[in-house]
Design a protein around this ligand. Structure first.
Ligand SMILES: NC(=O)C1=CN([C@@H]2O[C@H](COP(=O)(O)OP(=O)(O)OC[C@H]3O[C@@H](n4cnc5c(N)ncnc54)[C@H](OP(=O)(O)O)[C@@H]3O)[C@@H](O)[C@H]2O)C=CC1
Ligand SMILES: Nc1nc(=O)c2c([nH]1)NC[C@@H]1CN(c3ccc(C(=O)N[C@@H](CCC(=O)O)C(=O)O)cc3)C=[N+]21
Length: 280
């Protein structure tokens, strides 16, 4: 069974649209600054999707790209300008950034109150402490959790997270612990994936390795939440080989799953950030 993201997306959009309209009536124009300093192909569908959704929701999306010849300091300067610009309410740095830039340093100088993807160390620490209500939580892990919870509750369940990257795997694992799941984290050094996966109810995967999950390592008891993004023969694909779709209990598709939900959750995060900045 393919997990449906549409209803969840639509209900978030209705809520966001109403709040954005209320701000616009007051003369406040909710605005996001996207900073691109990357040459990774996974950025493209995200940028396109955010532009389309922002337009649909009445949110202004500004995009600035760090020129190829500019160095780390220039990227920091872009962030500081947006931090200090009162007409910008949310900032997102699309990851991964270029290999010569220090992404941890860039995320750490983001104004926490404008950190709409919740990747600043202060937001991460609040999540680590189990204080998600005080934090902005990263959009993609939130999307993964919403899709999983549309199938079954997480508390007490064995779950495996494949990938320990900064945007999905690592924050997601912590957010799953906060929901009382029993979490196993798998990465590129892990051995015997099939054996690790056997006892799991949910498998969350975020590696960008197409086919990593396939007919040889999934079972009829598994619910698969696929956040992976890659291109195979010019087609957008996740980590799960959909040829094995009939072997599992449920799976989220790529496209049409985690990504599509992520690109609306970022806007509900924007509204939470605006509240923190004193906009009501
Ligand atoms: N759908 C969405 O909304 C979003 C999708 N993404 C996508 O999710 C993926 C993960 O992004 P991000 O969190 O930034 O992580 P990274 O892309 O930085 O890291 C990938 C992770 O996958 C692990 N990995 C790679 N190969 C294997 C393997 N064969 N077996 C097990 N683990 C493996 C790596 O292990 P190690 O640490 O050992 O190197 C690493 O932890 C990417 O494809 C990205 O494009 C990201 C954000 C949102
Ligand atoms: N700080 C940061 N946060 C992220 O969440 C983040 C990031 N950086 N860098 C890039 C990856 C990738 N990512 C996607 C989000 C939505 C879609 C998406 O909307 N996909 C649609 C449409 C895809 C299409 O058909 O083009 C779908 O899956 O249905 C894709 C990819 C977020 N990422």
């Amino acid at each position: 069974m393919k997990i449906k993201a549409n209803k969840i997306i639509d209900s978030i959009k209705v809520e966001v649209k109403a709040k954005v309209n209320a701000y616009r009536i007051k003369g406040i124009n909710p605005t996001i600054q996207t900073i691109i300093a990357s040459n990774n192909t996974a950025i493209k569908p995200y940028v396109l999707s955010k532009i389309k959704q922002a337009d649909n929701l009445g949110i202004t999306m500004k995009i600035i790209e760090l020129a190829a010849n500019k160095k780390h300091e220039a990227c920091e300067a872009l962030i500081r300008v947006s931090n200090n610009d009162n007409s910008i309410h949310g900032i997102i740095i699309d990851l991964p950034v270029r290999a010569d830039l220090d992404h941890n340093r860039l995320l750490s100088i983001l104004d926490q109150k404008k950190d709409i993807d919740g990747l600043n160390p202060l937001n991460q620490a609040l999540i680590q402490q189990g204080q998600e209500n005080k934090a902005i939580c990263p959009a993609a892990p939130q999307a993964c959790i919403k899709l999983a919870e549309s199938i079954d509750w997480l508390s007490g369940k064995q779950v495996v997270v494949i990938g320990r990257g900064p945007t999905v795997g690592k924050p997601l694992a912590t957010m799953l612990i906060n929901r009382n799941a029993t979490v196993t984290i798998v990465h590129s050094h892990s051995k015997d994936l099939a054996t690790i996966l056997t006892p799991a109810r949910f498998i969350f995967t975020a590696t960008g390795q197409p086919g990593l999950l396939n007919a040889n390592n999934v079972t009829a008891k598994h619910v698969i939440i696929d956040a992976g993004i890659a291109y195979k023969n010019d087609k957008l694909v996740g980590d799960f080989d959909v040829e094995a779709a009939n072997k599992v209990m449920a799976y989220s598709s790529v496209p049409g799953g985690v990504g599509s939900l992520t690109s609306v959750i970022i806007f509900s995060n924007l509204l939470k950030c605006m509240n923190m900045q004193g906009y009501f």
